[in-house]
Structure formats: structure tokens, C-alpha cells
Design a protein around this ligand. Structure first.
Ligand code: NAD
Length: 515
């Protein structure tokens, strides 16, 4: 719930522009309707100036080298941990999520920050590669210098964890970052920027040091994000919906700006005949309902093998019936952050029921904005929107399948391909290998997101490129190849003065090796 109005007291200013007045927007707590904060709406000019300022900062940051950056990122990490409760409290106020969910998010994000800064040198530092027989007189090396200035556009559902997947890895690789958080979580975004600035100042030994704009935060709506795509950043990392991703890519295409795209999902879970049904039911309900189902890698569809379907469903119903949304910090999950999204859940529910789905937990009365109570549907037609479109609410569909082949076929039958989970005692990894998606948890759910060494990202409508892990570090760099001649070859072939004898030797070598 946001709205824009001109700041009455002029207290919000353009970044770096003294006291120029800007429009601001207010942010409302979805649980209570109370005002949480007021933030600037940065216009295209503001965003361009931020990117311009980031240029010098990017050079300074890159010149610090891996060790210099590691030291400063460690200081930021300590600060984030020491201010965890404050960050979590603001996150709860902006999104409505319970206190422990917010804290858990900070914990995992900090773990990624640690991994990225500790591993950047190993992954990105210059290394020697084999030059091969033809170029045996050369030394060959590859390194991964930073792009320069990276733009990051984030969503609201995990406002620390998700953008940190880009910010931490881009910074560790040596880039400056201009971050545009979601209009639903601008306060959390600004707090990330402020804490980073504070860490740099502490390192400079002065609380009043003007600091370096290595991580800047611009706030506003879609237009601010669109301006960032066009502001001349060297790479744009976007996380959000598939519809917005198309607009982001169109804007990036104007300057041939490379983009990393992390979008939504329709993640399936497959429950095999030999699965631990208690564990599978627990994971299905938590994976579907946690954070009010507003999780890109949340479980939305379960395909359970017929032989164990009744036992599994009984356990799912028992668990889902015991889970309740609420406004209190200890609630199982909170309200829909975008309250109007409750209508999307209601629409998918109506469509599924009209087509013959069987409600096992909840029904149309469960949608009472801003809250949506747990919904579990069985026998949901595969062409209903509850199966084909991202729900992003606490609704789980469970369909029976005769065998694993059919489970895999249906799991792969959407345009998305982000995450998945498989519960199976004997063939979990074999089933995982058949799924068209970026990440799979076997006998668990969402676990891959908390392993910093693993890449995170999707295929199809879920996007492309990877955050996290070695791939995530490389994503924010340009590979640079260098060859250095060690000695002159007696028979040069890359010269107009090459001899017929040298060419005969080269062709002879090729025939001997590959003919
Ligand atoms: P959204 O697409 O509405 O907005 C995302 C961001 O894009 C916001 O900051 C918004 O202001 C900005 N934006 C809007 N229009 C823009 C434009 N024309 N140009 C540039 N930026 C623009 O998404 P949301 O509602 O904030 O987030 C929910 C979606 O994000 C879901 O689909 C969810 O699955 C997905 N998500 C994906 C991941 C992942 O890692 N794959 C993680 C979290 C969320």
C-alpha cells in the first residue's frame, strides 16, 4: 500500500544534491494500515547522477583488490549482524512477515555475503590455463575483472535475501552498485545502503568521512527502475515478475546493457512411493505457506504417486489446518504484502473450483484481505490457472499421478523452471536430473537457496543468469583472456611471411591429432 505525494517539509533530498525537494511516497504496514515511512521518488536525472557518481567509486573499490574489499565487506557483515533486530523489525513492518522469518532472511543473506567476499579471489583471480599444443610457446591466463557499475532492481518478498544475492556478489567481484529496492520495501533497501556506508566510514576511521558511493540506493516506482536500466550501468541485475522482466530487457536493449533476470516460478514437488511422508507433508505445507506463499521458490504444485496419495494428503491436511496467518510477530505467516494480490489468489481458487478441484483445506471464505488462510486443493485440472500461473499466495495444489514418468512430465509442463523438490528414499537425485529447472531440493525444500556455493536461477519464464556461488560471482565480471609469448616459434604461421613448410607442418600436426 503506497502512495505518492510531494514532501511537505522538503526533508527528502536528491542523493548528493543538498536540499533539493523531491516527491516522496508513504509506506503503510500491511498488517495495521499504519504509516511506516516516507521515501523519495527518484527521477531519471537522479538515477543518472547516482550512476555517474558510482563511476569513480567503482574504480576506487576495484583498486582495493580482493583483500581490501574482503576487509570492508567483513565490517559490513558484522554491522548487519549487530543490527539484525532493527533490520528485521523494519522488514516486518514493510512486508508484514513474522519476526523470525525476517531474522532468518538476514542470517542467510549475511552467510552469502561472507561466502562471496571470502571466495572472490579464488574464483575470479587471474589463473593459468593450458595453452594447448598449437600455442605451446604461449602462457595463457584468464581473469575476471568487474564490469564497473551494476544496477540492481529488487522485489519486496525477501527484501534483504534476494537483492543481496546480486549486491553481495557484485561488490565482492569489485563493482559499485546502484540499488533500486521495491516500492514496498524502500526502508529496508535504504538501511542496507546506510549500513554499508557506515561500515566504509568506520574503516576510514571517521564517522564524518564523506565516504565513497560504492553502494547507493535510489527509491521509487517502476519508472525509477526503468531509469536505472537506461542510465548507462554496465550490467543490470533484475529480480521480480516475468512481465516486468520483459520491460527491463527492452529498456536494457537500447544500450545493449547485459542483464541478469531472476523471475517467478511455479515450483513442483514430487512425492515418490518410498518417501518419508511426514517429512514430505511438513515440507509441502511450509514450502507453500511460509511468507504467505510469497516465495519465488515456494511449493505451488505437488505430484504424489497414487500408491501413497491418501496417506500423504491426510498428513498435509492435518498440518495445513493447524497453520494460521496473523499480524502478531509470532504468527505462522503474515498478510499479503500487496493486499490486492489476495484477489489473484481468489481468482485462481474460483477457477480451480469451477473446473472441479476438490477443496481439502479452506475455501472462498479463506480469502479475507489482507490475510489469506491456508488453501489446499486436490484433483486440480492441469489447465486451471492454479496450475499454470504463479499464485504467490498460501495455496497448494496436490494431484495424484500413476508413476514417476507422469510426475516428471507434469512438473516440467509449465513455462517456468525455477526450483523443485523431490521426496524419495532411493531415486531422488535421478528424478531431480529429469526436471527442467535451476535448483532441486531432494528430501527437503528451498534448502539450495541457503547453500552459498550453489548457483541460483531459472530457465524459461523464470529467467536466466545465476546469482550465488562461483557462477554468481562470475556473473558480475567480464572474462578477460591473455596470452603471453614465452619464446618465438621457429616456424610462425600467424604471419604473412609464413613458409609453405610451416603450413605443411601445421596441417600434418592436425592430421596426426584429429584426422
Ligand atoms: P515486480 O516485477 O512488480 O517488481 C520488481 C521490481 O521491478 C520493483 O523494484 C519494481 O519497482 C521494479 N519495476 C517495475 N516496473 C519496472 C520497469 N518498467 N522497469 C524497471 N523496473 C521496474 O515484482 P515484485 O512484485 O516486486 O516481486 C514479485 C515477483 O518476483 C514474483 O514473480 C516472484 O516470484 C519474483 N521473485 C523472484 C526471485 C528469484 O530469485 N527468481 C526472488 C524473489 C522474487
Amino acid at each position: 500500500m503506497t502512495h505518492v505525494e510531494t514532501s511537505a517539509n522538503g526533508s527528502d533530498t536528491r542523493p548528493g544534491d543538498g536540499d533539493v525537494r523531491v516527491d516522496t511516497f508513504e509506506l503503510i504496514d500491511p498488517r495495521t494500515g499504519e504509516l511506516v515511512g516516507r521515501h523519495p521518488v527518484h527521477r531519471a536525472g537522479d538515477v543518472e547522477r547516482a550512476v555517474e557518481r558510482a563511476r569513480d567509486a567503482a574504480r576506487w573499490w576495484a583498486d582495493l583488490g580482493f583483500a581490501g574489499r574482503r576487509k570492508r565487506l567483513a565490517a559490513w557483515r558484522r554491522l548487519l549482524v549487530s543490527r539484525m533486530d532493527e533490520i528485521a523489525e523494519l522488514m516486518s513492518a514493510e512486508t508484514g512477515k513474522p519476526a523470525d522469518d525476517a531474522r532468518m532472511e538476514v542470517v542467510v543473506a549475511v552467510d552469502h555475503l561472507a561466502w562471496a567476499s571470502r571466495n572472490a579471489e579464488r574464483v575470479l583471480g587471474r589463473r593459468r590455463v593450458h595453452a594447448g599444443l598449437l600455442m605451446g610457446n604461449q602462457t595463457a591466463t584468464v581473469s575476471y575483472p568487474p564490469f564497473g557499475v551494476v544496477g540492481v532492481i529488487g522485489p519486496w518478498n525477501y527484501p534483504v535475501f534476494t537483492p543481496m544475492g546480486s549486491i553481495a556478489y557484485a561488490l565482492a567481484a569489485g563493482n559499485a552498485v546502484v540499488f533500486k529496492p521495491s516500492e514496498y520495501t524502500p526502508g529496508v533497501g535504504r538501511l542496507l545502503g546506510q549500513t554499508f556506508e557506515q561500515a566504509l566510514r568506520a574503516d576510514a576511521g571517521s564517522a564524518t568521512d564523506p565516504g565513497r558511493p560504492v553502494l547507493q540506493v535510489v527509491t521509487g516506482f517502476g519508472e525509477t527502475g526503468a531509469a536505472l536500466c537506461r542510465a548507462g550501468v554496465d550490467k543490470l541485475a533484475f529480480t521480480g515478475s516475468t512481465a516486468t522482466a520483459r520491460r527491463v530487457l527492452a529498456a536494457c536493449a537500447e544500450n545493449l546493457t547485459p542483464a541478469l533476470i531472476e523471475c517467478g516460478g511455479k515450483d513442483p514437488m514430487i512425492v515418490d512411493v518410498d518417501a518419508d511422508l511426514n517429512a514430505a507433508a511438513d515440507a509441502a505445507v511450509w514450502g507453500a505457506m511460509a511468507n504467505a506463499g510469497q516465495t519465488c521458490i515456494g511449493v505451488e504444485r505437488v505430484y504424489v504417486l497414487e500408491a501413497v496419495a491418501d496417506d500423504f494428503l491426510e498428513r498435509v491436511v492435518e498440518r495445513a489446518s493447524a497453520v494460521r496467518p496473523g499480524a502478531e510477530p509470532t504468527a505462522d505467516f503474515g498478510p499479503m504484502t500487496m493486499v490486492e494480490r489476495a484477489e489473484v489468489v481468489a481468482g485462481q481458487l474460483r477457477d480451480a473450483l469451477d473446473r472441479g478441484a476438490r477443496p481439502l483445506v479452506g475455501g472462498t471464505a479463506s480469502v479475507r484481505p489482507p490475510f489469506v488462510e491456508p488453501l489446499v486443493l486436490a484433483e486440480v485440472p492441469e489447465d486451471s490457472t492454479a496450475i499454470t500461473q504463479e499464485t504467490f499466495g498460501p495455496m497448494l495444489t496436490v494431484n495424484r499421478v500413476p508413476d514417476v514418468d507422469e510426475a516428471v512430465r507434469r512438473a516440467n509442463a509449465t513455462s517456468y523452471g525455477l526450483g523443485a523438490s523431490v521426496f524419495s528414499a532411493r531415486r531422488g537425485e535421478a528424478i531431480a536430473a529429469r526436471l527442467r529447472c535451476g535448483m532441486v531440493a531432494v528430501n527437503g525444500v528451498v534448502t539450495f537457496a541457503a547453500v552459498p556455493a550453489l548457483p541460483f536461477g531459472g530457465v524459461g519464464d523464470s529467467g536466466f543468469g545465476r546469482i550465488h556461488g562461483e557462477d554468481g560471482l562470475r556473473e558480475f565480471t567480464r572474462a578477460q583472456a591473455v596470452t603471453r609469448q614465452r619464446f618465438a616459434t621457429p616456424m610462425p604461421v600467424m604471419s604473412f611471411s609464413r613458409s609453405a613448410r610451416a603450413m605443411r607442418a601445421l596441417v600434418g600436426l592436425a592430421r596426426a591429432r584429429h584426422g
